[in-house]
Structure formats: structure tokens, C-alpha cells
Design a protein around this ligand. Structure first.
Ligand SMILES: [Zn+2]
Length: 365
């Protein structure tokens, strides 16, 4: 299933689009049907999306609501689905006019629809029903150290922007998959009371040294980088988790070389300069990273025990230079057709995220 995509128009608003706010005037509705796009605003930002007419009603892809409201946590319910974030919960079902927004039942003018395998919702839901019940303002940023657990986790979705990372035969891009998984990890950790800092929260290119500096300046207690794999052997599949040490084999060494390329491309502070400046990693930190990698991998392996690739080591740039226990998760192989489909699947992404979050939680206990 490759129906879930972030509203890829993302942050840019092409000229000529109208703002969702204008739709609040009923007189404008006729005008709206003639245009092709709208902007949905929520606590997670603005999502530009196309509007389509379906059975006389205006609809938008539900992915735009997910993006604007940060609804990256997903469960299958009976009937339909529940999408949630730290401050919002939305239950809906295809073919039903009834939705539940933070526990309140709301009857829409038209049903939620599945069109060509993709979930569409009436525009009204996104611009009015949600906005009236959930503040479109982002929640205030957490004050460091105020999470229930007092722990700060830095989540690093690999690649982004012009750096797509691995690309599967079906066109699935690593940068998209890992951002989606990372956002789910964030939600799951926040629900458990952790504070989370992301090195990127949209499709943008962030050099590896900047990711490292973000983590170190935030004073993270733990760093988890999320990637998906590629291999010449198209049969290779299964998750694996790395911590920093010399490469466990030539495949691990090659993988680290590829993942480090993004740092090498940055003339300002390439890895050469960083390694000259770096002092040896304290052995305590290596031991902690190994323990963390073990907890996370144990749970990832539970998703497909026959494909457990285990805990491995390699000299990843982001693991070498972060000043906290650090791991890099390769969630699976985009070069394997079965696993590419899994990695693009919303529910599988959620299971990967649950495994990572649970491993982190156990590590801290
Ligand atoms: Zn990667």
C-alpha cells in the first residue's frame, strides 16, 4: 500500500491559491470550486493541498489534515481509524459522516471517502470542524527538563531535500519513509512523557554536522537516527541497529560510507576536519549505546524474526560526534520489493516506531 504520502507541496504556497480562511464565508464556496487548492492550517503548520469535487462536495486528501495537525499516530479501530497526536484525537471511517474530534461526535455534511485507495475528507472537516475544536496555534515549546521523565531524546530522520537517500524500485524514497517513522516515534515518546527534539521535521536538506550540533546543543540524553537500507542483493531484508565502533564487516563499512556522503559534501565542516578534532569516544558511552541498540533491535526483530539482522557496528558520522548514547536504525531494505511495500505502509511504519519507542523506554528504565 503506497497511498500515504505527505502533502508534497509542503511549505510552498503556489501563487493563486486561496487561504482556507476565506472559505469561512459561505458566499465564497462557489468560487472555491473553481480553484484547485487550499491551505490547511493546524498546530503542526500549514499544508497546501488540492481540492477536488466528489458527488457535489469539496474534498481534500486526508494526508493534508495529518500534516497540519501532526496526526502521525495511527490505529485501526472498529469501524475505521483513529489518528492522534499529543493534543488531538480524530476517529473517522470511510463512508461515514460521523467523526469524533477529541471525544466529541461531529456529523459532517458528506461522508469520509476512500477514492482510488486514498482517504479523502470533506473540506469542511479540515477548515471548520477541526479548527473550532483544536487550537490552530502550535503548543508552546517545551521547557528543557520539564518532560514527565525529564529525558530528552533527539530523533534524527535521515536525508531530506535534495538528498533522497535510498529509492526503492517502486519509487519509495528513504527521506519520506524515515520522516514519517520519526514523527511517529516522536508522538509515542511524547505520550510517554519524553521531550523530543527532531533534527528535521520537513523535507529539507540538513548537513550531518548540523544534525550533530542540534543534538549536542539541545543536550540530548540519547540520539536515534532513523534510516532505511539499500543493498545490491535484492533479497536482503530486515531491520538492523548500529552503534559506533569500527565496522563489523565490509557491508557495514560500505553502508556507513554511503550514509556519511552527505557530510563529505559539506565543504564547511566535512568529516575529515571533524575526525581530526574528535577525541576518542569514552568507553562508557559506547557501552550505553550498545545496550540501547540491543533494546531497540530486540523489538524491531519481533516484527520479522526470520529477518533479524541484529546489532552491528560502523563508523557513522552522526554516531561518532554526538555527545550522548547514540544509535542508527536501518528500518528495512527499500531495495527488497516486499519490504519496500511494508515501509511505505502506514501501519507498518507505526509498528517500527512502536518498537523504537519501546526500546528507548526500556533503556531508560
Ligand atoms: Zn540513510
Amino acid at each position: 500500500m503506497r497511498t500515504y504520502r505527505r502533502a508534497d507541496a509542503g511549505r510552498r504556497r503556489p501563487a493563486g491559491l486561496i487561504r482556507a480562511g476565506s472559505l469561512l464565508l459561505p458566499g465564497l464556496l462557489l468560487f472555491v470550486s473553481a480553484v484547485s487548492g487550499s491551505v490547511i492550517r493546524g498546530p503542526s503548520g500549514a499544508a497546501v493541498t488540492r481540492v477536488r469535487r466528489h458527488q457535489g462536495e469539496l474534498y481534500i486528501p486526508f494526508s493534508a489534515v495529518v500534516e497540519a495537525y501532526g496526526l502521525y499516530r495511527y490505529e485501526i479501530a472498529d469501524p475505521g481509524y483513529v489518528f492522534s497526536s499529543r493534543f488531538c484525537r480524530l476517529a473517522l471511517a470511510p463512508s461515514s459522516r460521523e467523526v469524533e474530534i477529541n471525544g466529541e461526535r461531529v456529523l459532517l455534511d458528506a461522508p469520509v471517502e476512500k477514492i482510488d485507495g486514498q482517504l479523502f475528507v470533506p473540506l469542511y472537516l479540515a477548515i471548520r470542524a477541526m479548527a473550532e475544536r483544536i487550537s490552530p496555534e502550535p503548543p508552546p515549546p517545551p521547557i528543557p527538563g520539564t518532560g514527565i521523565s525529564g529525558r530528552l531524546v533527539v530523533v534524527d530522520p535521515g536525508h531530506g531535500g535534495r538528498d533522497t537517500g535510498a529509492i526503492g524500485a517502486g519509487g519509495t524514497e528513504e527521506k519520506e519513509v524515515v520522516l514519517s517513522i520519526a514523527r511517529r516515534v516522536r508522538s509515542l515518546l511524547e505520550i510517554r512523557g519524553y521531550e523530543v527534539v527532531m533534527t528535521r521535521d520537513r523535507d529539507e536538506y540538513i548537513p550531518l554536522p548540523v544534525r550533530v550540533m542540534t543534538a549536542n546543543q539541545a543536550g540530548g540524553d540519547l540520539f536515534v537516527s532513523i534510516h532505511s537500507n539499500a543493498a545490491e542483493n535484492l533479497g536482503a531484508r530486515g531491520p538492523e541497529t548500529f552503534y559506533y565502533s569500527s565496522a563489523s564487516d565490509r557491508f557495514a563499512a560500505e553502508l556507513a560510507r554511503l550514509e556519511n556522503l552527505a557530510a563529505a559534501a559539506d565543504d564547511l565542516s566535512g568529516p575529515g576536519e571533524w575526525s581530526r578534532a574528535a577525541s576518542p569516544l569514552p568507553s562508557g558511552r559506547i557501552g550505553e549505546s550498545r545496550r540501547l541498540a540491543g533494546e531497540v533491535q530486540k523489538r524491531l526483530a519481533g516484527l520479522s524474526p526470520e529477518n533479524d539482522r541484529g546489532v552491528r557496528t560502523a563508523e557513522f558520522f552522526v554516531l561518532r560526534h554526538t555527545q550522548m548514547p547514540a544509535i542508527l536504525v536501518e528500518a528495512g531494505f527499500l531495495t527488497n520489493r516486499i519490504e519496500e511495500d511494508l515501509l511505505a505502509d502506514l501501519e507498518y511504519q507505526e509498528r517500527i516506531a512502536e518498537a523504537i519507542a519501546a526500546g528507548i523506554d526500556i533503556y531508560f528504565q
